[in-house]
Design a protein around this ligand. Structure first.
Ligand SMILES: NC(=O)c1ccc[n+]([C@@H]2O[C@H](COP(=O)([O-])OP(=O)(O)OC[C@H]3O[C@@H](n4cnc5c(N)ncnc54)[C@H](OP(=O)(O)O)[C@@H]3O)[C@@H](O)[C@H]2O)c1
Length: 244
């Protein structure tokens, strides 16, 4: 059955692959982003309608997302990553930028989108994209990790409160995916996947209504083991990895 899927951050990386995958499988897609040129390219695909707004701008979010057709699946994926290179001279502006885009702006999206989820015919789905980075503390990731830990909590708590309203909530925890976001990384990224592979995993997880869609499994299991290590050991590993 064809569904209407809203995807934020659809102009690049994981979101773009998801938009193309859903449209390619016969679903109607609302593709959201800021970059008008990339949105125009996306809208060339049959089944994709582009919605342009900066999700940090609440009035734009409100006006562009008003009165959409009922949405079956909302995938809140847009985000950014910046690292704190010098924890001692903490960069509060950077911290705010990352928390604003990855976490705070999701609040405006939820306010606008939740009332427009289609709860008539089937259980609607809300999907939040977090990160496996929030599973353990990584060096320099204070801002990004905190924002994604916030998303994880938000998703798990919404999972409880939205179920009685016929809305399923899933949290996506990707490992390293090759996108413009990770192209900036200056460290090795184990088990790196393409955004098309990631989109397929996310699609399958959404189909199965998984509460947590975490991949690749080898990385997720390594992080689960790392989480059990004494904090002092993990700190040593992180500090050594940063010097290599
Ligand atoms: N890549 C990874 O390894 C990885 C791993 C774990 C989690 N994630 C998460 O997956 C999500 C997608 O990441 P990605 O790697 O695909 O990144 P990406 O290629 O850099 O794409 C980011 C998307 O977010 C949109 N965006 C950024 N700021 C925005 C704003 N203020 N308003 C509206 N849209 C905005 C961008 O739109 P415009 O270009 O139009 O501005 C773009 O479409 C993020 O939440 C990221 O944290 C990624």
């Amino acid at each position: 059955m064809s569904k209407r899927v809203l995807i934020t951050g659809a102009t690049s990386g994981i979101g773009k692959s998801l938009a193309e995958l859903y449209a390619g499988r016969g679903h109607s897609v609302y593709a959201c982003g800021r970059n008008q040129e990339k949105l125009n390219e996306l809208a060339q695909h049959g089944g994709i309608e582009a919605l342009q707004f900066d999700q940090l701008n609440t009035s734009e979010v409100k006006s562009v997302l008003a009165n959409l057709d009922p949405i079956d699946i909302a995938i809140l994926n847009a985000g950014d990553c910046e690292y704190i290179d010098d924890a001692l001279n903490f960069d509060a502006d950077l911290f705010k930028r990352v928390i604003d885009i990855n976490l705070t702006s999701v609040g405006s999206l939820l306010q606008q989108i939740l009332p427009q989820l289609n709860r008539e015919t089937d259980t609607a789905q809300l999907v939040l994209v977090g990160s496996s980075a929030s599973m353990v503390p990584f060096t320099r990731a204070q801002a990004y990790g905190a924002s994604k830990a916030g998303i994880a909590y938000l998703a798990d708590s919404l999972y409880i409160d939205l179920q009685p309203h016929n809305i399923d909530v899933s949290l996506v925890l990707p490992g390293f995916i090759k996108t413009p976001l990770t192209d900036k990384n200056d460290f090795s990224m184990p088990f790196l996947m393409t955004s098309d592979e990631a989109a397929e995993r996310i699609y399958q997880g959404i189909e199965k209504r998984q509460r947590h869609i975490a991949f690749p499994k080898r990385l997720i299991w390594s992080l689960r083991v790392a989480k059990c290590l004494p904090a002092k050991w993990w700190r040593k590993i992180m500090l050594n990895s940063d010097q290599n």
